[in-house]
Design a binder for this molecule. Structure first.
Ligand code: SF4
Length: 272
């Protein structure tokens, strides 16, 4: 492999801390939750009460996968087509995240994708994500951010990790963006979110409908996480994907959800 091919291949890899199946705290329903590695906020000024400090570091390769492998894994393991990317800070890997989400939606437009970010959408849409290296940063920070960044220049100490245009592009390939830093003093009480799959987080965070926001731009279409929860708690939810269903007599959104749920029950029974 030539140096150029090697660097392209390197830039097509994503880094994770881990993956959880059937998570019920990261959006509607049971979800395949992928924890992306690396958080600038964590190493500079962590959110108070951060529930995931193990994701901050940039060094090491606990789970490093090519974007094609990421797509295959999600396609195989997201049995009810519900996926969440959280972190760490997923938007540090925006470039590859766009590729993965675009391919997942191409294969199945029904797949529902949630992305968490500590950044605010208004800032993302005006300046993207950037970082200026600090004197004490580990070499792994520079190395990893270079491989994530929108523009490849090894001389850079100021990284444009994602551009505003890339953020818009990502929004076009997902369903919900949960923005804002986690604030433990505004944490949503446990008894409210532990119900068939809801949002863990704090009430300052916004649950943004990305498709509607792109449609009504520059207006954002969102609910604060606690309001979103209240609205959903009074509704009946599909047993498979966890999304609200209009007719309370039904248990599933449609026959595809019913089939997927029954298949899952059989698969689980086989492994017991
Ligand atoms: S809550 Fe998320 S954004 Fe905040 S420090 Fe922890 S991993 Fe980083």
């Amino acid at each position: 492999m030539s140096d150029i091919e090697e660097s392209i291949s390197e830039r097509q890899h994503m880094r994770f801390i881990g993956v959880t199946k059937d998570a019920t705290t990261a959006g509607p329903g049971k979800r395949l939750e992928l924890f992306l590695k690396g958080c600038i906020r964590g190493i500079v000024n962590p959110c108070e009460g951060c529930f995931n400090p193990s994701t901050w570091e940039f060094g090491g390769d606990r789970k490093r996968m090519h974007i094609n492998e990421v797509v295959e894994m999600i396609d195989r393991d997201a049995w009810n087509r519900q996926v969440t990317f959280c972190g760490g800070e997923p938007l540090l890997q925006t470039r590859n995240l766009i590729e993965v989400c675009r391919e997942l939606k191409r294969r199945d437009p029904r797949i529902h994708i949630v992305v968490y970010t500590a950044y605010l959408l208004e800032n993302l849409l005006s300046q993207g994500v950037f970082y200026r290296l600090r004197g004490g940063d580990e070499p792994a920070v520079q190395e990893t951010l270079l491989s994530y960044s929108a523009h490849w220049n090894p001389e850079l100490t100021h990284f444009q990790i994602a551009t505003a245009d890339q953020i818009r592009e990502l929004m076009g390939t997902i369903d919900i963006l949960v923005d804002g830093d986690y604030q433990s003093k505004h944490r949503i009480p446990t008894e409210k979110y532990m119900n068939e799959g809801m949002f863990i987080g704090s009430s300052n965070q916004r649950v943004i409908d990305t498709q509607e926001t792109l449609r009504w731009a520059p207006q954002f279409v969102f609910d604060y996480a606690d309001v979103w929860m209240e609205k959903h708690l009074i509704k009946k939810h599909c047993k498979c994907c966890g999304h609200p269903i209009n007719n309370r007599q039904f248990t599933y959104c449609d026959s595809r959800c019913r089939k997927a749920f029954h298949k899952r029950q059989k698969d689980i029974a086989v492994f017991r």
